[in-house]
Ligand binder design. Structure first.
Ligand SMILES: Cc1ncc(COP(=O)(O)O)c(C=O)c1O
Length: 462
């Protein structure tokens, strides 16, 4: 059934403005012929000495790091392995609160003592800004026990932090820096994109090849320049990553690396397409796809313009825009949240794809009238933390409707997915700000996920 459904999708005319970055270019049949795992003559991912070692050396070369680990369980396994390798149980860490769930899961597994950094919202856009070096410095100077800082750069929306300054500050205070760069695998391949985290001094970073490059879903790389850390990463990957790595995925990494070796022209064309798109989208009257407004904002260090953030500015919800693009124009976007939607682009997009999106947005824009739809959801202030995540999870819980839970302590993660950034973390107090944020997301038809139940039921500490 699933296979047939996928074939129908593959043979249809829906254009993908979503992951994976290869944009479904290529064969749609399942590659049984090359689907093996570690048999004689094909090396061993956990102890590479032959073709996989060569593949990882090529990756390190291309991505500008000393060591690169090929991953077949997504950036998720890279985040788990890196945070485990860079901490001992109970260590104090500083985590940007707009991190992906994988970071929270790592902190939970390692029983870390977490402090959060809450990036501000970008004025008028309702999306998280860069993590400011000053906020990292403040946190580290106030708490010398912090041994690891974890930030996400770029964010899902393409917002970049000043990794170079943040890395220098971390090192001055004796802390290490791990950057979740899952959405920035394409950065090294055009100077129209920001510098990559590993070349800016991060101790380790993870990049999802599958998100923005021509590689299959679940492929990623874990990067470091430190020999000592590379040993820890190798050991931890053998804990968290499958012992039967898919050679189909590894071959896809290999093909992606071969493409990257000769990709200058393709990236020039891609970035020109992006520039032309932003310029043409400037004529939209109600919807907007801002570039200058984001990049010139003082809370933004830099922006990956490959992420097309489409703002509805009160005309409709992001979900309604995403639905209209799918139903009427056969364009599938990556996600919608509150009053905005996100189209993810890659070097594999075509002129035809960009033209279709532009024409569709112009038509929808011409039908828009000012209306009373919700503006982009504002982020809440950081909820009050009553318990560490692992402590909260070990307590007894009771189920309650979220409407009756004000003032109670959550025993689970509550998030809209995508983007997978939790609004509530186990151990945090459910306050009025979170409740109104959740109602705004529900009003914009976003799906709210919890771990143990069907929202609006939520597990609280009983
Ligand atoms: C910021 C961020 N980090 C990590 C991940 C996990 O990456 P993967 O899907 O490659 O496991 C995601 C997934 O969307 C993400 O958005």
């Amino acid at each position: 059934m699933l296979y047939e459904k996928l074939r129908v999708y593959a043979n249809g005319d829906v254009y993908p403005f979503h992951m994976p970055g290869h944009k479904r270019f290529g064969e749609a049949d399942l590659p049984y012929g090359i689907d093996i795992t570690e048999i004689d003559g094909f090396d061993n991912l956990h102890e590479p000495r032959g073709c996989l070692r060569e593949l990882q050396e090529t990756a390190a070369d291309l991505f500008g790091s000393r060591y690169a680990f090929a991953l077949v369980n997504g950036s998720t396994v890279g985040v788990l392995a890196a945070i485990r390798a860079m901490t001992k149980d109970g260590d104090r860490v500083l985590i940007a609160r707009n991190s992906h769930m994988a970071v929270y899961h790592a902190a939970e597994l390692c029983r870390l003592d977490v402090k959060y950094l809450m990036p501000e919202l970008i004025n008028g856009f309702g999306i998280f800004s860069s993590v400011s070096p000053a906020s990292v410095e403040r946190a580290l100077s106030e708490d010398p026990e912090i041994s690891l800082v974890v930030i996400t750069s770029p964010t899902y929306e393409g917002i970049i932090s000043n990794v170079k300054s943040i890395a220098a500050i971390c090192h001055r205070y004796g802390a290490r820096l791990f950057v979740d760069e899952a959405h920035g695998a394409h950065f090294p391949f055009s100077d129209r994109f920001p510098h990559s985290a590993i070349t800016c001094g991060a101790d380790a970073s993870v990049v999802s090849l599958h998100k923005t490059l021509p590689a299959m879903t679940q492929t990623a790389l874990l990067l470091t320049n430190s020999e000592e850390l590379s040993k820890g990463l190798k050991r931890r990957l053998s804990v968290f990553e499958t012992s039967s790595p898919s050679y189909v995925l590894l071959a896809s990494i290999d093909r992606c690396l071969s493409f990257l070796k000769h990709s200058d022209e393709a990236f020039d064309e891609y970035t020109e397409r992006l520039s032309a798109f932003y310029e043409a989208a400037g004529s939209l009257r109600h919807l907007s796809v801002p570039y200058d407004g984001i990049i010139n904002n003082e809370a933004v260090f830099d922006f990956d313009f490959g992420k097309l953030n489409i703002f509805c500015n009160g005309c409709m919800s992001g979900k309604a825009l995403m639905d209209a693009l799918r139903a009427d124009y056969h364009l599938e976007l990556e996600m919608a949240l509150g009053g905005r939607a996100l189209a993810m682009t890659s070097v594999c997009d075509t002129d035809e794809g960009f033209d279709r999106l532009l024409r569709a947005l112009k038509e929808i824009d011409s039908r828009c009238t000012e209306s009373d739809h919700a503006e982009p959801c504002a982020a809440c202030p950081l909820p009050q933390k009553r318990y560490a995540v692992h402590d909260a999870l070990e307590q007894d819980g009771v189920m309650l409707d979220i409407c009756q839970a004000e003032g109670k302590v959550s025993r689970e993660y509550v998030r809209a997915y995508p983007p997978g950034v939790p609004l509530l973390v186990p151990g945090e107090v459910i306050d009025r700000d979170v409740l109104s944020q959740l109602s705004a997301l529900e009003a914009a038809e976003n799906v709210i996920l919890t771990d143990s139940s069907a929202f609006p039921l939520i597990s609280i500490i009983g």
